[in-house]
Write a protein that binds this ligand. Structure first.
Ligand SMILES: C[S@@+](CC[C@H](N)C(=O)[O-])C[C@H]1O[C@@H](n2cnc3c(N)ncnc32)[C@H](O)[C@@H]1O
Length: 190
């Protein structure tokens, strides 16, 4: 698989990432998933890396999708089901999952529109997208943008409003349940 900039960096530092990163904050994820208008049984953790978000989610089926083999090794070691794929080309049938979570990953994805379109395609009606991101307009957000570019990432960040508009354009009903340096945008499939 072709691994452009950010993915190659994650492959290189996957072990360090797995060792250093704390557990994902489960509260905003659970609050976002609670907005689904159907039971949440099948969850995709896209850009899921070592599976931090999947581990924080309570659902019978959790699948981590990521193009980085190094990051997925950490998720596999934790016993999670994994699919190695670009989030903008999900090898997942249409209308087959109840929720998609994307945590600290959308800003690394080269084709963000493609990923949001794919999310709408795979969600069942009433299913929910939960995205956790960092607000580029806050002071720590500006520092993060600078730091990630310094390290060599091609990261493209949003404000909550910008991301909600992108989610709407993908055909989901968007809302912003929490704001701050870290914020959440949800999108409900109709
Ligand atoms: C900062 S890590 C976050 C991983 C995990 N979601 C977490 O919260 O720990 C960003 C992840 O995005 C993944 N990524 C980069 N480009 C991607 C793409 N096109 N499709 C899906 N995932 C991608 C990287 O491989 C990496 O695992």
């Amino acid at each position: 698989m072709h691994t452009p900039g950010d993915i190659a960096l994650f492959d290189r530092f996957a072990r360090l990432y797995g060792a250093l990163m704390p557990a994902a904050n489960d509260r905003p994820l659970r609050a976002g998933l609670a907005l689904a208008e159907r039971d949440v049984e099948r969850v995709l953790d896209v850009g899921g890396g070592t599976g931090r978000a999947a581990r924080a989610v309570d659902a019978p089926v959790r699948v981590v999708v990521d193009p980085s083999a190094g990051m997925l090794a950490g998720a596999r070691a934790a016993g999670l089901d994994c699919v190695r794929a670009d989030g903008a080309a999900l090898p997942i049938p249409a209308a087959s999952v109840d929720a998609v979570v994307i945590v600290d990953a959308l800003h690394h994805v080269a084709d963000q529109t493609g990923l949001l379109d794919e999310t709408r395609r795979v969600l069942r009606p009433g299913g929910v997208l939960v995205v956790r991101e960092f607000d580029r307009a806050t002071l720590p957000g500006r520092a993060l943008v600078a730091a990630e570019h310094l390290v060599g990432f091609d990261s493209q960040f949003f404000t909550p409003e910008e991301l909600a508009a992108r989610v709407e354009r993908a055909g989901l009903d968007a809302a912003v349940p929490d704001r701050g340096f870290g914020f959440t945008v949800v999108g409900i499939a109709r």
